[in-house]
Design a protein around this ligand. Structure first.
Ligand code: FES
Length: 110
């Protein structure tokens, strides 16, 4: 079983994560303040930008294939190499959803 170093840019936090565990589960175990909500790869709350390295995250259903190249859903992602992650960075689709909700709310006010 391989272990990889996961470094969170801008915070100086570093954890060792095996290829068999999710980055989020290790963050919780180590007391790292990684946000999360659904824990099933749907809500994007646990998203982080992949600055360097690779992850495996076949169950990250909330991401498009293109987004999965640049972002990790830490509740689903397992390291496939040493990593540098920028926590709290979200893929463009989450912005679209927020914008769509705002537009729906504005339409409801009319
Ligand atoms: S916690 Fe919802 S996608 Fe990870």
């Amino acid at each position: 079983m391989s272990e990889y170093t996961v470094e969170f840019v801008g915070t100086g936090e570093t954890i060792e994560v095996s290829e068999k565990e999710t980055i989020l589960s290790k963050c919780i175990e180590e007391g790292i303040a990684q946000e999360y909500s659904c824990r099933v790869g749907m809500c994007l709350a646990c998203s982080a930008e992949i600055v360097a390295g690779d992850v495996t995250q076949p169950a990250a259903r909330g991401l498009t294939d293109e987004e999965a190249e640049e972002y990790a859903l830490t509740c689903m992602a397992r390291p496939a190499s040493d990593l540098k992650l920028d926590r709290g960075k979200y893929p463009p689709s989450i912005e679209d959803e927020t914008g769509a909700m705002e537009n729906e709310a504005a339409a409801a006010d009319d």
